[in-house]
Structures are given as structure tokens and as C-alpha cells.
Design a binder for this molecule. Sequence first.
Ligand SMILES: [Zn+2]
Length: 451
Amino acid sequence: MTPDQIESAVAAAMPQAVEELKRLVAIPSVAFPGHPEEPVLAAAAVTEELLRSVGLHHVQQIPVEGSFPAVYGEAPGPAGAPTVLLYAHYDVQPAGDPANWRTPPFEPTLIDGRLFGRGAADDKSGIISHVIALRAFQGHFPVNIKVIIEGQEEYAGERLEAFVEQNPELLRADAIVVADTGNPKVGDPSVTTSLRGMAAFTIEVRSLKEALHSGSFGGAAPDALAALMRMLTALHDDNGDIRVPGLPRGAFLGQGPSEEEFREVAGVLDGVSLVGSGSLADRLWASYAITVTGLDVPTVSGAVNAVQPVARARVTVRVPPSGDPKTTSDAVMEFLRQVAPWGVQVSFGDLTVGSGFQADSGGKARSALNRAMERAFGRAPRDVGAGGSIPLVNTLLKQFPLAEILLFGAEDEAANIHAPNERLDLEELRRTATAEALFLRELGLPSALGV
Ligand SMILES: [Zn+2]
């Protein structure tokens, strides 16, 4: 097929694809504990049906231990062609309070070319992008195709990792497309080449055997909450830069957002300044970030006049690809111990870590993708980083060290993933699917193989 034919085929496939996306979004496939399992399995069934509809063979739901099934399909390309694995996930984040949504989260609603609904972007857009791109070839694929759609990425998404380790042959590929990211802005093509890893732990501070009356004891009794606040405050200086030794600021090779763009996307209020120093790309993609994500302290409505004997916090550290999450969390915990005032007792627990990712951007698949995106978006893509981690990416990299992993997708930064009013720009979906189909074609051309 020529690039022109591919572009027309994708454009022609859009109306049906949008209906299919709506069908998926209408299913509340929240694979979190406490949510019903039936909708998750229903989304798996629809995904299976969609993969069948594009001409894949051996389409099946593969059981994943302790999780929901992964949906798999494959199809051969010409002899000697490379193999491309396409990834997405069919589970979604919980919707939260529907009152915060302008449309009901599981009633997909089209407003001004954007489809609102939980999962419309993350990551049902990834499934549909694969479907559109594959459908364009009408069963005659230019490369060997494998597709894996995961069923429990959003909740402790590590179950597929064991699956990858146990089934390497099933997923072995020369290039892996992870369609679970997006461009900084719609129409602004980018490839995510760097993901920060993370470490998270719980800190507990104890100072007294039990709570004390603040009138009788306050002023002399050591308050665990006051101690914890001092410790957490010590993590950053007045400018918001990290004070923990051993966590240097990094540099990102590539262009990040301007301060104006960032303020807009992040919804920073007028008069409130950003924190940290260095370029935004450096701060967001190549440096450490420490966030207190939870506190166990008395609530305002439940407050009594007492000095607190114990206080707890959850601390999350984002780790640049060059850093090691375990070493990082050790450094942050050691620092917190050192700044603990008054000899309070400090303990740590519930440590979780996940590594970051740095793509090699000089491979054949990446150059094929560059050409494809340049045609689909009218501009060559730039490298960007992403703050969130995708644990599976590291497993794939470990299992297939020679494979090129390409992260791109239709979840632009204003898509509100994991938040109320998640939405997908349908033109962005069309461009992304076009780029994906053109990429498969490019990779199948003899020139791309170095022949
Ligand atoms: Zn996702």
C-alpha cells in the first residue's frame, strides 16, 4: 500500500472506530479491588472481538495469574519481515466522584470533536489506534504483527511482568509499540523516550506513649505531628529544590514545555509560582521529585485539643532514568532520620520501587516512526519525557534487550487521564493511528531492514 492509500484507509475507518471506542468506554472496566469483575471481563471480550475483526489469527484471552486475562492476537507478515508487538491496556482508573464530571464517566459523550469518558484516552485510545492501523492493511500486514492488550495495568500493574518472563516467545519482537502516552499538545508529535522511575514509602514518627491534653502538656511535650512536619519540610529548600544529598538535578536532551504552557496544562493559579530550578524539561523528566502523597493525622472535623503521639506520611520519590530507585529511597530515608528533631522514633515501611526507562533513539524502528509521524503530523517528532512510570516497559526491555521500544499515543497532556473529564481528541486519534499504520509500512520496506 502507498502512504496515500494508508491515509485514506485510516480516514475511512474512523467512524466505525469511534463507535467501537464508545462501546469500550461504556464498559466500566475498573480492575481495582472492590469493583465488580464482570465489566472488566466484558471489556476483555470486546477487545478480543476487535482484534478478530482486523484479521489477526490465534486471537485469545490468555489467563494471567492473579489478574485479568490479557488479550492476544498475531498475524504473519512477509518472510524475513521484522516483528512488531503492539501494546495497550483495557482496564481503566476508577472514575471517582461523578459529580466532578461534566458528563457521566461511563456514558461516552462527543463534545466538539472530543470524546469524554473514563478510559477514552487511557488507554482505550491505544486499543483503537492499533485496531485502526491494522484494519488499514485488510489482512495483508507489511510486518509480523503481535498484539497484547493488558487487563490490569492501572492497579499495581506488575502482574503482566511475570507473564512476560514466563512467555517470552509469545511476545518476542524487534520493535514494541507501547500506545499508552501522548503528545504535549494535540498535533505536536512526540515520542516518549524517558520515563521516571519511582520509590514510595511510609514514614512513621512516634514521640509519646499516648495523646496528651494540649493545655496541660503543650509547650513541653514533643508533638509527633510537629516533628513529622519539620522533617517533611526539610526535604526542599524555599525555592522547592530538593535538599537531600545524592539526588542531583539532571538535564534532559530535548525540548520541554514553556512555563506558560506548563502553567496552563497544570492549572497553576494566578500569582502562584512554580517550584524548583532548571528548565522544565530538566525538572519534569530528568530530575528527582519528592511529593508527600498522604498523611495520617487527625482531621480538622475530628480535632481535639491534644498533642499527637504518632503521625504518618506517605512519601513518593520520582527517580530519573539514570537513578536507582532503591538507592534513592535509602538516601531520602536517611535524610529524614537525620533531620528528625527531639530524638523522636522514626520507622519506615511499605517500600515500593519501579525503575525508569531511557529509550535508544537511534534505531531503525525509531527512524521509521520519525518518517511516519512527519507525514501524519506534518512535522518530525521530538523526544519528550513522561513523569509516570510504565512498569511493563522495563520488563520488556530486560526480556528483549535488542528490541526497540517506542512510546507514543493519542493521550495528549490535556486528556485528563486519571482525572475527571477524561477526554480524547478524535483528530489526534486519527493522526496517531495514521502514524502507526505508516510506521508499520515503513518498517516493512526493504530499505528499513538495511537490505
Ligand atoms: Zn495507561
